[in-house]
Design a protein around this ligand. Structure first.
Ligand code: ZN
Length: 302
């Protein structure tokens, strides 16, 4: 644990150039390594699958990436397994989101007891809204995550710094294009219809970026079912604000969202992805996920 904390400090203190910290080890020097089956690739573990894209895009063939929370599960209510402890015990870099979404993680890190584990907390130092951890849902903030991944990998593996920086810049370009593409799509929704009631508030940063009003959130605390009076107040808000749909993710039971939608006379959309990508070609990484979600939102609101 002590080693992990120290590296965290080193990463936070590093604004790109500093590689002098004694706790940062050079991971490998082999320029010939390629692909997932090379044994000298940096073993990176992410907490959940949406974060994988950032590490894969920056690290390329110099990293292997494994997510702890399985695709289709919620990082807020995840129960870690003994396998997760084994995975962390063998990992070199843990990439977590932070801002309280991985409440189960600290215990897993302590149990893994890996003195060589470095930790990168992607949301650290970024401005957040009401302790909402879903910063990555805004492509602009995702670009900042990517920059942090590049700095972390460069500190661990200085010989490939130029590669990491180039990969990060290329991916950040794609994120800018994605942001423009989403903004254009959202612009096709009449302004008064740009409203959402969501099951859990993964959409705050996306909505703020693209001018959608979050009218209500069904499950304010992860795993805690709202009471009927609260749902009634959301039905009220839906009617008053011209809300056309309640949005949820496949990992949650659709029951409450459906009941709310029925009472308010609006529709339910239950295939948004945010905390998890999906095992299908349409939602297989971060960019395809946001593109898919945007299509779903636009079709529901337009
Ligand atoms: Zn979430």
């Amino acid at each position: 644990m002590k080693g992990a904390s120290l590296f965290l400090v080193a990463l936070l203190g590093a604004c790109g150039a500093s590689t002098s910290s004694a706790v940062v080890r050079q991971a490998h020097h082999d320029n010939t390594v390629t692909g997932q089956n090379n044994t000298s690739a940096i073993r990176v573990v992410t907490t959940f699958s949406t974060l994988n894209s950032f590490v894969e895009a920056v690290g390329g063939s110099y990293v292997t990436v494994h997510n702890l929370v399985p695709i289709g599960a919620s990082p807020e209510t995840y129960q870690p397994t003994p396998q997760d402890i084994t995975t962390l015990a063998d990992a070199q870099l843990l990439v977590e989101n932070g801002t309280g979404i991985e409440v189960w993680l600290q215990h897993t890190i302590s149990t893994a007891s890996n003195p060589n584990l470095r930790i990168l907390i992607l949301s650290d130092g970024l401005k957040h809204i009401d302790h909402n951890p879903h910063l990555w849902m805004d492509p602009v903030l995702a670009g900042l995550y990517v920059g942090k991944v590049a700095r972390a990998l460069s500190l661990m593996d200085p010989p490939h710094t130029a590669d990491y920086q180039r990969n990060a810049a290329a991916y950040q370009q794609k994120l800018v294009a994605l942001q423009n593409e989403i903004a254009k799509s959202i612009a096709t929704i009449p302004p008064q219809r740009r409203t959402m009631i969501v099951f859990h508030n993964a959409w705050q940063y996306y909505n703020d970026r693209f001018g959608i009003r979050t009218i209500g959130v069904i499950e304010v605390s992860p795993g805690q079912e709202p009471n009927p009076a609260y749902i009634a107040s959301l039905v009220d808000l839906a009617r008053k604000n011209n809300v056309r749909a309640v949005f949820s993710e496949p990992e949650y039971s659709p029951k409450i969202a459906q009941a709310l939608a029925k009472s308010a006379g609006i529709r339910t959309v239950s295939d948004l992805y945010d905390d998890s990508i999906a095992n299908n070609a349409l939602v297989h990484d971060y960019i395809s996920m946001l593109r898919y979600d945007t299509g779903v939102i636009v079709r529901a609101l337009r």
